[in-house]
Design a binder for this molecule. Structure first.
Ligand SMILES: Nc1nc2c(ncn2[C@@H]2O[C@H](COP(=O)(O)OP(=O)(O)OP(=O)(O)O)[C@@H](O)[C@H]2O)c(=O)[nH]1
Ligand SMILES: [Mg+2]
Length: 414
């Protein structure tokens, strides 16, 4: 296969830059995560600089003195670029490039670059390209160095190693083309979704911070074969798999893109329909990496992201995962969840209990009906048999007596 450019031969070495202020006290953790993102994108971190200042510098992100310090470090460490931990404005980007004379990337570009590499489905690829072009369209002026680097490097890749558009007019045309294609794909998805919900098989959406173990869990349960990896954003495209509970109840598990701090808004918008999968779920399984020292912050970010996507009033089961590695005395709490449970998706520990819990919650969401249907309405019993759990059926003089559990939706349709 011919590649447009060969990245493997080129080592990219980055200095990471963050700004810490009194209301932004997790810059260190955020930069550690940024370093993991660099690693996932195929680059190396060769240095880190944190500036303490009350506000991000409006025109250069960091102050003048700090810019000089970064310049020194680039020289000493033979770095090929810098990555800023926040999304840069076009002006900040341009000024920093001018001052540092090196490639300037930001967290957003990095995350989009990883998404570009990871997207598999057509929809995923189009979504990433859309986000990248939107970001890029406002920054063409400032991207002198980056554009001259087109030909290789992190931050310049499109989905499937496709070359990104660099020309304003082309970007505009391509964006409207993408919009059309995505809308039609979206329609297909809507249709699939409404078929699914009409069949009333409960949907269980697996959500969580990236690397929490979502894909490992769906694979353990259903052999879904989703890529699981100790890298950020291993999975982007939604996977839905059928699972039959011990009671015979069918459910659908869906696994999708993980969340992260400062998830770029261009990506959130482009991936909205994917991210919103959880909106249609009967239960949200919130998977937490219990071993991560940042677990509470990550949980907080997951809830924030769900709220931003307008996903609320859902039954949430929080799954404290990776118990095989967590200290036994550890106590994690989640007051936002309806239920919490400890498991290891890798060893399967606690998964039986989780399934029992899911069955119980689904049961709670159902209504018990005890009804006599006239013989002329026997068709309704077919519906109940198909979509619910028929407990008792008795042919009486005045009609058919039925005792069954059904979901509220099926009840309304009777
Ligand atoms: N020790 C241990 N490792 C686990 C467990 N569950 C997942 N992992 C590991 O954690 C890493 C991330 O797992 P994934 O299932 O890819 O995580 P994810 O939440 O799907 O991540 P993204 O797709 O990147 O959002 C992998 O290396 C898994 O092997 C567990 O219960 N115990
Ligand atoms: Mg995954």
């Amino acid at each position: 296969m011919s590649k447009l450019y060969d990245l493997e031969n080129k080592e990219e070495r980055f200095v990471l830059i963050g700004v810490a202020s009194s209301d932004n006290d997790d810059t260190k953790e955020s930069l550690e995560e940024l370093s993991e993102l660099v690693d996932t994108a195929g680059g190396f971190t060769v240095g880190t600089i944190i500036q303490n200042r009350e506000k991000i510098h409006p025109s250069t992100y960091i102050g003048k003195g700090k810019v000089e310090e970064v310049r020194q470090m680039i020289f000493e460490m033979d770095a090929t670029g810098v990555v800023c931990d926040d999304e840069l404005s076009p002006m900040q980007l341009k000024n920093l490039e001018d001052a540092l004379q090196t490639a300037v990337l930001d967290r957003t570009v990095l995350i989009m670059d990883i998404f570009a590499k990871r997207a598999v489905t057509k929809e995923g690829k189009l979504q990433v390209e859309m986000a990248q072009l939107r970001y890029r369209s406002t920054r063409l002026v400032g991207m002198g160095n980056i554009l001259s680097r087109l030909g290789g490097g992190i931050g310049t890749r499109g989905p499937g190693e496709k070359k990104l558009e660099v020309d304003r007019r082309h970007i505009r045309e391509r964006l409207s083309q993408l919009k059309g294609e995505l809308e039609s794909l979206e329609k297909n998805r809507e249709t699939a979704r409404s078929l699914r919900s009409r069949s009333s098989i409960p949907i269980i959406a697996i959500v969580g911070y990236t690397n929490a173990g979502k894909s490992t869990l769906i694979n353990y349960l259903t052999n879904a074969g989703v890529l699981e990896e100790d890298k950020l954003f291993a999975t982007l495209d939604p996977t839905t798999r059928n699972y039959t509970m011990d009671s015979g109840q069918q459910v659908l598990f869906t696994d999708t893109v993980g969340f992260i701090r400062k998830l770029p808004h261009h990506l959130v918008n482009a991936f909205r329909s994917t991210l919103e999968e959880a909106k249609y779920a009967d239960i949200i399984l919130h998977v937490v990496d219990s071993v991560n020292p940042d677990a509470y912050k990550q949980m907080h970010i997951v809830y924030d992201t769900l709220a931003n996507l307008g996903i609320k009033d859902k039954t949430i089961i929080t799954v404290f995962n990776k118990q095989d590695m967590a200290p036994a005395e550890q106590i994690l709490k989640d007051f936002k969840a309806d239920h919490t449970i400890k498991i290891s998706a890798k060893t399967g520990m606690g998964v039986d209990k989780l399934l029992e819990l899911i069955e119980m919650v689904l049961m709670e969401q159902k209504i018990l009906i005890e009804n006599v249907f006239p013989y002329s309405e026997a068709g309704k019993i077919q519906t109940i048999r198909k979509y619910g759990q028929l407990l008792e059926e008795e042919f009486r003089q005045d009609g058919i007596f039925v005792k069954a559990y059904i979901s509220k939706d099926v009840y309304r349709s009777l």
